[in-house]
Design a protein around this ligand. Structure first.
Ligand SMILES: C[S@@+](CC[C@H](N)C(=O)[O-])C[C@H]1O[C@@H](n2cnc3c(N)ncnc32)[C@H](O)[C@@H]1O
Ligand SMILES: [Zn+2]
Length: 329
């Protein structure tokens, strides 16, 4: 590992009371409530809150979430976590690679040397983003609730020889971070219904450092309206999609302001010239938003961008943003 446990502890907090942790033997202890957090298989630190949140408006998600929350940490030979590449079509894999390249170029454009920073993916799944971004960051926090996804991503990172990824089992409704994350990702996850999205966005806002930035995405309703209206067979399960107005309304309700919008088109490589010529004809597949901490008064910058189209939104006053967030429990 390229980092010490004290260094990790300084970025974490107790998911129950948001107080600081200290490293103790091979585990972490809350300085306030004394709860001990242990690592499984020496590599996956479990930082779950004492209990899951109650019901959400999406009953299928709520049932799966409660099941996963109460799962113990044992290997399942037949487990196939969501997003395993081998189980996907070649078109899916191509679109996924384009998405990863788009996110990486968003992370790299803001001028802050990434090699000094910490990247945290709060629903990192099988690691498509964390493993691709790891070499650009000092270290990476790969977080997920799913035991199978964490084990799969850990095995993948070992095969790739990556030594700067720290694996955390978390519940994103009670993230163990308080103003301590430089760059945060939450992708393909704001898809379960408005109450879910708002709860998660509030946690993200609390997790990022005052100079930190987050990138989240929404499935775009206009990408396949005929399927949304039931006029073609739908292929997206129970997933929620949003129009731009809907997505930005949610962001505002959660105190997020001053974002930069990047439209992602899966039909084009992010660096292709055709994208610039033809994107106005097509609805974007995903709406990606990059924003700073509510405490920072950070101003996002609009700039000419190759590979995707961007729109920035003016920032609110520093006072309004500062009032929205406190970094102390
Ligand atoms: C659709 S996948 C997206 C994974 C990854 N972001 C990507 O794009 O490849 C959603 C992920 O969220 C995780 N997840 C669901 N509920 C969670 C919760 N309450 N806390 C943490 N992770 C959760 C799932 O286990 C899954 O890995
Ligand atoms: Zn505690």
């Amino acid at each position: 590992m390229r980092f010490s446990t004290e260094e990790i502890a300084s970025r974490l907090c107790c998911p129950d009371d948001q107080r600081s942790l200290r490293s103790k033997d091979a585990s972490f202890e809350c300085r306030h409530c004394g709860r001990i957090y242990r690592a499984w298989e020496g590599e996956i630190l479990e930082l779950l809150p004492s209990k899951p949140v109650g019901s959400l408006s999406n009953p299928k998600y709520t049932a799966d979430y409660h099941l996963e929350f109460h799962r113990t940490f044992e290997a399942r030979e037949d487990a196939i976590p969501w997003g395993v590449r081998e189980a996907q079509s070649s078109a899916w894999r191509l679109h996924r690679e384009r998405q990863v390249r788009t996110v990486l170029s968003m992370l790299r454009r803001d001028g802050v040397p990434l090699q000094d920073g910490i990247l945290c993916d709060v629903s990192a799944g099988v690691g498509d983003y964390t493993l691709s971004c790891a070499r650009h960051f000092r270290w990476v926090l790969h977080c997920d609730l799913s035991v199978d996804a964490l084990r799969y991503a850990l095995a993948r990172s070992r095969r790739m020889g990556l030594r700067n990824i720290f694996f955390l089992r978390v519940d994103y409704f009670a993230l163990p971070f308080r103003c301590s994350i430089d760059r945060l990702l939450c992708l393909d996850t704001l898809i379960r219904g408005q109450d879910h999205e708002k709860a998660l966005l509030n946690q993200i806002e609390r997790a990022i450092a005052s100079e930190g930035r987050a990138i989240v995405d929404f499935h775009h309703w206009w990408h396949n309206p005929l399927r949304r209206l039931g006029l073609l067979p739908q292929n997206f399960g129970n997933n929620r999609s949003y129009t731009r107005t809907g997505a930005e309304g949610l962001l505002r309700e959660c105190g997020v302001e001053g974002w930069r919008l990047v439209r992602f088109y899966q039909e084009f490589a992010p660096e292709s010239r055709s994208l610039k010529r033809l994107s106005w004809l097509l609805p974007a597949t995903r709406l990606l938003y990059e924003f700073g901490s509510a405490a920072s008064g950070h101003t996002s910058r609009a700039s000419a961008e190759t590979g995707f189209s961007t729109t920035s939104q003016p920032n609110p006053s520093d006072a309004a943003r500062g009032a929205a967030k406190s970094c102390y429990p």
